[in-house]
Design a protein around this ligand. Structure first.
Ligand code: ZID
Length: 254
């Protein structure tokens, strides 16, 4: 079977969870990367059975998550972590959560993966129009939402099996003006798309439906991307997602 690492699950409402379920239903082993500040609540909810109803797969069995890894995708290695984060209570309780350390842990535990899912984004000033966005807010959006994918791909590629695939989630605000998607988030998605060299967009379709109900239509959204494809035989795709009432979407009022 295939082994998938899904980065960006902290509850059962988002795209990451839905994609994990589809992959599990297709027989994949599921590894999850959870943002450090959200780790405790996610793991305890998981243990207490809070997600059991939404773990049910089409065959009636429950999705198993083999391991949950703490991660913060804005830090590539321990040398990048500033003092205030290091000593922050929520971070100090976990270890090896920078991207390099995370991938090293996955390598030690499992050796390799086949599928990498990037289902994370963050824009601290998303509620602000671009013209009111600070340099800090703009760069933070790019760091968490775009470079995070480059960093994960850079580090995971060496342990990805040939024929593997990566996927990220984008939003049409990268291409068109969508008021309310500010703080540099539209720019961050444009960067993500450009980096992926996305050529096709699934407009107005809810990818959860596409993946869960029409597995073959995934072909529509598969785009062969640049270096990863040539050198490592890894597909790099991004999906322009429809609206889903995830925690992130609620936070921006969609
Ligand atoms: P989510 O809250 O389930 O997932 C985001 C995750 O990122 C959370 O678990 C966070 O803890 C995690 N995270 C944040 N910062 C970091 C970090 N530094 N390191 C590690 N993890 C971190 O929300 P989601 O499922 O909406 O988001 C998943 C992906 O889907 C993101 O890339 C979104 O931008 C993307 N997406 C979502 C939607 C949506 O509707 N939910 C849309 C398009 C793309 C969209 O916004 N009409 C209106 C809006 C939209 C579409 C159509």
């Amino acid at each position: 079977g295939k082994r998938a690492f899904i980065a960006g699950i902290a509850d059962d409402n988002g795209y990451g969870w839905a994609i994990a379920k589809s992959l599990a239903a297709a027989g994949a082993e599921i590894l999850v990367g959870t943002w450090v500040p959200a780790l405790n609540i996610f793991e305890s909810s998981l243990r207490r059975g809070k997600f059991d109803e939404s773990r049910v797969l089409p065959d009636g069995s429950l999705m198993e998550i083999t391991k949950v890894y703490p991660m913060d995708a804005v830090f590539d290695g321990p040398e990048d972590v500033p003092e205030d984060i290091k000593t922050n209570k929520r971070y100090a309780g976990s270890s090896n959560w920078t991207v390099k350390e995370l991938v090293e842990s996955v390598k030690q535990d499992f050796g390799s993966i086949d599928i990498l899912v990037h289902s994370l984004a963050n824009g601290p000033e998303v509620a602000k129009p671009l013209l009111e966005t600070s340099r800090f807010g703009y760069l933070a959006a790019i760091s968490a939402s775009s470079y995070s994918f480059i960093s994960l791909l850079q580090n995971f590629l060496p342990i990805m099996n040939p024929g593997g695939a990566t996927i990220s989630l984008t939003y049409i605000a990268a291409e068109r003006t969508i008021p309310g998607y500010g703080g540099g988030m539209s720019s961050a998605k444009a960067a993500l798309e450009s980096d992926t060299r996305m050529q096709l967009t699934v407009l107005g379709l809810n990818i959860v439906d596409i993946i869960c109900m029409h597995p073959h239509s995934c072909v529509l959204i598969q785009v062969l991307a640049f270096e990863a494809g040539r050198k490592h035989k890894i597909r790099v795709n991004t999906i322009s997602a429809g609206p889903l009432r995830s925690r992130a979407a609620k936070a921006i009022g969609f």
